[in-house]
Ligand binder design. Structure first.
Ligand code: NAP
Length: 547
């Protein structure tokens, strides 16, 4: 099965190939950026590989796909009318509601006119003489623009490991991020799911309930917390909407881009065993990420972290009836929360079902794909369908595959060969007038994405407005500002336990990728303040070139 859906190839644009701005991606980031740049009166073209809007929520249609941020907070805040009118059916929205919402945003603000679907950017290069970007596509388009804005998401470049003899498989196979729109018949089939990250955990829980035989190929277990998802309580929604602006403001200054009811004030090691257990139990029952906010030092002190990890391991042991399966599902070799914590709706219970089988591919690695299924060192598993939940080449992958070249033809890939180098996660030396929405070095994947997207888009829009008003041609960070930011990003990450896990945050899931912690741990609120200060000081750390 092809990884990239084959889109109908239309002819290149011929009528108007020069724009003020080209934006890549029509997820929430690209759509909001288009909306804001239109307000400035700019001509904008959005290029989108898919044939619809929604980004992540367009591509990830696998069974069980659902957001981990509360619906009332995982949405765009720029239109209070839309905020009031839109209703979310569940506390944590499934893919179809999020895609429906993305389409609503596009329709409501008439965005489709400026979005070109079915188009992948193949090259983007900066010309120092004209001070313009040229963007080329797989349809043969060549567009020029003063501003080049990437809204490509952090988790959009599929990671498909190089499994030996994959092409020999005679059944169906799909990567979760390219799951067919029309769904796949599971009834009566022998289904294999490879991967137990956030995606795998959701897919396994959903597929396990079907009338099929499910084989879960797990290499590394993940910690997963119950979401306690439920239908939206109309009273809660009504009440929330009366104070929507306050909730949004709380999210904007928070650590993770979502409003938190109560911040912790005490160390996990400063309370008695009984009090700690009661705190964890309460948080577990509340669900979602509450457990992570139980104590002040869960991300900085290994002993404190161990208490939370052990609490979750014991929950797994209590839930999964077969002790051997429970032990395999209980993560032991990295601190909890140092890989993206997963959220589920009955994941561990799934392994009590007679049709669900856990296969340990750490002890017995996958050797090859055969015509009949998956062969591990312990034997062959015959399958009709394989679902690969093997993740993404995160953060840098979506940028690199556009072959971006800046000044002197230096490619972003070359410049970042030892790890991403950005100023504020939004810009990079040598790439004038290029802005990355939720790029590496910004809170992005460590935050509620919609909050971070809006902050970046607003900042970029204000910056472009400033350039126009002050008749400036180019903006580019200085090397000193970039070096200092990279150092700061590393410094704050190294104060936490994050680097202790082989996570995709650190590039560990992609062979050969440099081991560098990519997102900014310093918090959404602090980060916003820093960005605002930079702007208030006349774009401190940037070089501005007159037109
Ligand atoms: P992931 O966290 O990178 O997990 C990939 C899984 O595939 C891991 O279990 C990995 O095992 C396994 N794997 C990779 N190569 C393998 C191989 N050769 N053999 C066996 N197993 C292999 O990817 P993901 O689950 O797609 O999640 C990525 C991120 O997307 C999440 O962390 C989250 O940020 C986001 N996401 C969010 C939501 C949500 O909001 N609800 C849902 C899904 C995803 P190892 O760990 O051993 O490498």
């Amino acid at each position: 099965m092809p990884l990239e859906q084959e889109e109908a190839v239309e002819s290149p644009i011929t009528d108007h190939a020069e724009y003020d701005a080209v934006v890549v991606g029509a997820g929430f980031a690209g759509m909001y950026q288009l909306y804001r740049l239109r307000e400035l009166g700019l001509s904008v073209r959005v290029l989108e590989t898919g044939d619809g809007v929604g980004g992540t929520w367009y591509w990830n249609r696998y069974p069980g796909a659902r957001v981990d941020s509360p619906s009332m907070q995982y949405s765009l805040s720029f239109s209070s009318e839309m905020e009031q009118e839109w209703g979310w059916p569940e506390d944590y929205s499934p893919q179809n509601d999020l895609e429906r919402y993305a389409n609503h945003v596009a329709d409501r603000f008439n965005l489709r006119d400026d979005i070109q679907f079915g188009t992948r950017v193949t090259n983007a290069s900066y010309d120092e003489n004209t001070k313009k970007w040229t963007i080329e596509t797989d349809r043969g388009d060549s567009l020029t623009a003063q501003y080049f804005i990437t809204a490509v998401g952090c988790l959009s470049a599929t990671n498909m490991p190089n499994f030996k003899n994959l092409e020999s498989f005679q059944g169906e196979w799909y990567h979760t991020s390219r799951y067919p729109k029309e769904g796949v018949e599971l009834k009566g089939k022998r289904v294999g799911i490879v991967g137990t990250g956030s995606t795998g955990i959701q897919a396994i829980t959903a597929v396990g309930k079907e009338d099929c035989e499910l084989f879960v190929f797990q290499r590394t277990p993940n910690y997963s917390l119950p979401s306690n998802n439920k239908p939206m309580d109309p009273e809660f929604e009504k009440e929330w909407k009366t104070r929507y602006a306050e909730h949004r403001e709380a999210a904007r200054v928070s650590q993770g881009g979502a409003e938190i009811i109560a911040y912790p004030s005490v160390s996990a090691l400063a309370v008695s065993d009984e009090e700690r257990a009661a705190t964890y139990e309460k948080a577990w029952n509340q669900g979602a990420f509450t457990l992570a906010q139980s104590f002040t030092d869960l991300m900085t002190n290994e002993d404190a972290n161990f208490t939370a990890a052990e609490f979750v391991r014991n929950k797994i042991r209590q839930t999964v009836k077969d002790p051997e399966t429970a032990e395999l599902l209980a993560p032991k070799d990295y601190p909890i929360f140092t890989k993206r914590i997963c959220m589920d709706t009955g994941y561990y219970e799934t392994f009590n079902r007679p049709n669900v089988h856990l296969v340990d591919v750490k002890a017995n690695p996958i050797e090859e794909i055969t015509p009949k299924g998956i062969k591990t060192s312990a034997g062959e598993f015959e399958l009709d369908l394989i679902i690969f939940a093997t993740g993404f080449d995160a953060m840098t992958g979506p940028l690199f595959r556009m072959n971006i070249a800046g000044k002197d033809g230096l490619t972003l890939k070359k410049k970042w060969e030892d790890g991403p180098k950005t100023y504020l996660g939004i810009s990079s030396v040598g790439f004038p007038n290029m802005f990355m929405i939720t790029g590496p070095g910004s809170p992005s994947v460590l935050s509620n994405m919609t909050t971070s997207i809006e902050q970046h888009v607003d900042w970029i829009t204000d910056t472009i407005k400033y350039l126009k008003e002050n008749e400036l041609a180019d903006i580019e960070p200085t090397a000193a500002a970039e070096d200092a930011w990279v150092e700061h990003v590393n410094e704050v990450a190294n104060k936490t336990l994050y680097p202790k896990a082989n996570s995709w945050y650190i590039g560990a899931n992609i062979p050969g990728k440099p081991r560098v912690f990519m997102p900014y741990v310093g918090g959404v609120g602090n980060y916003r303040q820093k960005c605002d200060e930079v702007a208030a000081k006349g774009y401190e750390g940037f070089e501005l070139t007159p037109a």
